[in-house]
Write a protein of this length. Structure first.
Ligand SMILES: Nc1ncnc2c1ncn2[C@@H]1O[C@H](COP(=O)(O)OP(=O)(O)OP(=O)(O)O)[C@@H](O)[C@H]1O
Ligand SMILES: [Mg+2]
Length: 202
């Protein structure tokens, strides 16, 4: 399985999603996370993890990927935000499933709509939208975004990822979210693990 996270807009949780889905996939088979972002966020996350015993999967750059892919069953590719059609075509060709994380705010949703319009124009259907950083009740942005996207016929994951500071702590500490000392950490991990199950149709 090759999963890629992508978006036209930055900061929608591509890297956070790539790291946690790689952790889920690793429970199924040897997994490699390929860091396709020049900012190297996933690589830095893995470097910070070394003090705490490391991540359960290897993170490598695109230029190292041929060497380290040997023996791996699953791949997660983290990309940098880009609205270039040429780049999107390449990204789509290179994966089995494209995950489009989006936060439930107007700017992210506008960028998502543009991405999906392009995918539709290219006749691509192997993509799914993931709502991330969904604010807690009584705020309704998450539900409103879901209603809007469902009506527009966008393929959405049933699960969603709620806003939780545990994710920022995890990135800072170079660990997975369930290793963070925070009362919402376990739930935050369960949300990504539910997305992993959806990917495998479990
Ligand atoms: N569910 C969440 N709750 C709270 N904060 C989150 C959540 N998911 C991600 N974040 C935080 O949001 C910020 C952006 O996340 P991340 O780096 O994963 O996004 P990105 O799409 O990879 O960004 P970029 O386009 O810069 O690569 C980070 O500070 C991250 O810790
Ligand atoms: Mg990123």
């Amino acid at each position: 399985m090759i999963i890629t996270t992508a978006s036209f807009k930055g900061g929608v949780a591509k890297t956070t999603t790539a790291i946690h889905l790689a952790a889920y996939l690793q429970t199924k088979g040897q997994t490699l996370l390929i860091d396709g972002d020049n900012n190297r966020s996933a690589t830095r996350w893995a470097e910070r993890s070394l003090e705490r015993g490391g991540l359960p999967f290897k993170v490598v750059g695109v230029n190292q990927s041929a060497k380290y892919s040997k023996g791996c069953e699953h791949f997660v590719i983290d990309t940098e935000a880009s609205a270039e059609e040429e780049e999107l075509r390449e990204i789509i060709d290179g994966c089995d499933l494209l995950i489009l994380p989006t936060t439930p705010d107007t700017m992210s949703l506008d960028a998502l709509i543009q991405t999906v319009e392009l995918l539709r124009a290219l006749g691509i259907d192997k993509y799914r939208v993931l709502l991330t950083r969904v604010p807690p009740p009584p705020r309704r942005e998450g539900e409103e975004a879901r209603e809007f996207l469902t009506e527009a016929g966008f393929p959405l994951f049933k699960g969603k990822i709620r806003e939780a500071v545990a994710f920022q702590k995890a990135a800072n500490e170079g660990v997975l979210v369930h290793q963070v000392s925070d009362r919402r950490a376990r739930n935050a991990w369960n949300e990504y693990s539910a997305i992993g199950k959806e990917v495998f149709g479990e």
